[in-house]
Design a protein around this ligand. Structure first.
Ligand code: IVH
Length: 700
């Protein structure tokens, strides 16, 4: 078939549009269209390219799904070597002060000269990469390797959505952008959750996950990994007006559409460096990704040139590291903890050690198999890792202790909490207590999980309280929480009238919950936040989830997979796989949990319209529509007037209507809400409270 001019033009438009939406989504966090609309554009382009093979191009966003696997990664010699920087660890300010003093000395400056200007940046903990753009097109991506020769990972890097395949604006003839490929902690946790759900291998830390994903032979695997990129410099360049400062260089890279971290700063003198190091250090745990320090660079590129290099390191830069998130310590004992599903988790008791800013005394060993694989004994020297808010874990044994047979861990035969026999389910890594709800440890953990911030977010329901509630038989299942009153609570130890009232208040607020949070809160074995979101998205309501035909779902999934294999051969757009990322064992676990009569009873009681939870529709997808939503306000809100609420809604481009209909997207109900609330319930319109409204407006 000859190629009509029309098709070529349309393909060009579609590519530009898709890349623009990629940019809005991945770089600016400000999507303009829904996932479905994006998929439609993408599908149209795929179909065009399948029909007219002449249209196919490496630069097309359709190629971001990855091609055939390679046999090996070819070596590439860097046009300019990829250098490393000198690094200093030390929490004191002296590293920054010494660096500044040394630079001033080298430049022949005296105390009378003004403070020097520095570019201060985060030191990403990922994998260094060089991206070669020729006339604005990504031509080559290479890892650092030994600094002289790296590996060609172009096909893998093309699948990273945040990396532009074409630079924006008037690009130089040649530009090698250098930076770091990394994985956010959330993406890392999600990836590991997904790997576990699909019964695949998990990763030790985000850096290993990022490096492993880039140094892959199969680009299709890389395409499925959530990788991010941040640029911090350049290699070879040609055909541009060279910038004069590091800070300008980064602005320039940003203007070409390359991601550059916004937490960078231009600071002055040693004082500025010290302040930056402290400021970022204080926020380190709250950052969405791991960093191992900050980097100081003399801002003027002319001065950088004057300063030059010592050996293979520039004199003008310093990496000022933070205390590591991995540390060496000794195992003083191994205990067993009972989780909410009765899982027995071996926990290493440690000689206290300062890791990632806190003192760690316990670390998880996950399960018996992991413990055996790592071969951890009491008395061993081990590496402990702690990053972000994840539970510290033993990464591996560094040195075996003097081992006696009694130092070897043995899984107990009976539950340490309730004395029931334990079982190891064949094919599963977990050892479980068979006590079920008889086991108070399980009941307590179930409640704590239900109330957790990322689940139903019941503030104030902590361990001490849960202990009492369970021990005194006041609460047996999460549903009982919604029947507690302030008087009962006030009678408990360490509970005043005020805190009892506060708790009743936060239990009340949790009555309006998003479906995915509720599903997560149920504590179905294997269902973390990510899987809960998949379930909420796929089923749309609790009823549909409860009625799911799992055998059928598994069969459908298999059928779509087969269909897709053929479509791929024919070059046709692929069908969406329902419940993607949920493997057969996990489906089995979900089905078993939901079939269990006791669980169904608890769920029914939880959503009992008289005093239970009311569920909001699944959260809009991240690539959310910016289409206007219609709200109806009813009752008295606690912290704002009706007019203020209306203003907040309208400020985001949404509408407020006077009466509830099928067209209403949300009803916001306060105290003494009347018939409008009833009408919303009748029509199945999601009902929000004030907090729910504010959260939703943030998302929309
Ligand atoms: S500058 C000549 N800036 O840290 C200077 N490096 O030894 C070249 N890194 O593996 C590097 N964040 O990949 C620079 N903001 C940043 C960085 C950074 C992370 C990595 C880099 C290299 C190592 C430096």
């Amino acid at each position: 078939m000859s190629l009509p001019q029309e098709a070529r033009k349309r393909a060009r438009t579609l590519r530009a549009e898709i890349e623009r939406h990629n940019r809005l989504y991945y770089l600016e966090d400000n999507p303009e269209i829904t996932d479905a609309e994006y998929d439609r554009l993408f599908g149209e382009l795929q179909a065009l390219e399948a029909k007219y093979p002449e249209l196919q191009s490496e630069e097309s966003p359709t190629q971001r799904v990855g091609g055939a696997p390679a046999k090996e990664l070819a070596p590439v010699r860097h046009a300019l070597p990829m250098l490393s920087i000198r690094s200093e660890t030390g929490t004191e300010d002296s590293a920054a002060a010494k660096f500044d003093a040394r630079i001033r000395r080298e430049l022949g400056l005296t105390a009378e000269d003004p403070p020097l200007e520095y570019a201060a940046e985060l030191k990403f903990d990922g994998l260094a990469i060089s991206l070669r753009y020729e006339r604005g097109s990504l031509a080559l991506a290479a890892t650092r390797g030994d600094g002289e020769v790296g590996e060609d990972v172009t096909r893998n890097v093309r699948t990273v959505r945040g990396i532009p395949l074409k630079l924006r604006g008037k690009a130089p003839e040649l530009l090698e952008a250098r930076g770091e490929i990394y994985m956010t902690r959330e993406d890392f946790n999600r990836l590991n959750e997904r790997q576990r759900a699909a019964e695949d291998k998990t990763f030790v830390n985000p850096r290993n996950a990022a490096a492993g994903s880039v140094r892959q032979l199969d680009p299709k695997v890389t395409a499925k990994r959530p990788l991010s990129f941040s640029a911090y410099g350049v290699g070879a360049t040609r055909g541009w007006q060279p910038p004069r400062r590091q800070s300008e260089l980064l602005e320039r890279l940003e203007s070409f559409g390359l991601p550059v971290d916004a937490r960078r700063a231009v600071v002055h003198g040693a004082e500025g460096l010290i302040e930056y190091h402290a400021r970022i250090g204080a926020r380190r745990d709250a950052l969405p990704f791991d960093i191992d320090g900050v980097v100081y660079k003399v801002n003027s590129l002319a001065l950088q040139e004057r300063l030059g290099f010592v050996a293979r390191e520039p004199r003008w830069a310093l990496a000022h590291k933070y205390p590591p998130q991995e540390e060496l310590t000794e195992v003083t004992g191994i205990d067993v903890q009972v989780g909410r599903t009765g899982t027995l988790t071996p926990v290493a008791r440690l000689r206290p050690v300062f890791v990632g800013g806190v003192t760690v005394t316990n670390a998880t060993l996950h399960n018996e198999d992991e413990l055996r694989r790592k071969d951890v004994w009491v008395g061993d020297s081990v590496v402990v890792r702690r990053a972000g808010d994840v539970i510290p874990e033993v990464v591996g044994v560094r040195k075996k202790g003097p081992r006696r047979p009694s130092d070897r861990f043995e899984m107990p035969q009976r539950c340490p909490e309730c004395g029931s026999p334990v079982v190891r389910v064949p094919g599963e890594a977990a050892t479980r207590c068979t006590g079920g709800l008889y086991c108070k440890a399980q009941r307590k953990q179930t409640l704590l999980h239900f109330a957790a911030r990322r689940a139903m977010d019941i503030e104030g329901l902590g361990e001490k309280l849960v202990d009492q509630l369970v021990e005194q038989g006041l609460v047996r299942s999460p549903a009982d929480l919604y029947r507690l009153d302030a008087a009962t609570l006030a009678g408990l130890e360490r509970m005043g009238e005020k805190s009892a009232q506060n708790l009743v208040g936060s239990i009340g607020r949790s009555r309006h919950a998003q479906l995915h949070r509720f599903i997560f809160a149920l504590g179905i074995p294997g269902v973390g936040e990510e899987v809960a979101k998949i379930l909420a998205r796929n089923f749309g309501s609790l009823e549909a989830l409860l009625e799911a035909d799992w055998a059928r779902a598994a069969a459908d999934k298999e059928a779509v997979r087969k269909d897709n294999a053929q479509r791929k051969r024919r070059g046709e757009p692929l069908l969406e796989v329902a419940l993607e990322g949920i493997g057969p064992e996990l489906m089995d676990s979900i089905e078993k949990f939901l079939r269990e009569p006791h669980n169904r009873k608890v769920i029914a009681s939880l959503v009992d319209p008289a005093h239970g939870v009311s569920l909001a529709a699944p959260k809009a997808p991240r690539r959310a529509a910016t289409q206007a939503k219609t709200f109806v306000l009813t009752g008295t809100l606690a912290h704002m007037t009706r007019d203020e609420a209306r203003a907040a809604i309208e400020a985001k481009g949404h509408k407020v209507a006077g009466s509830v209909s099928k067209q209403t997207h949300f009803v916001v109900a306060g105290e003494d809400a009347g018939s409008k609330l009833d009408e919303a319930r009748r029509l199945g319109v999601p009902v929000l409270d004030e907090r729910g409204l504010l959260e939703l407006l943030k998302e929309l």
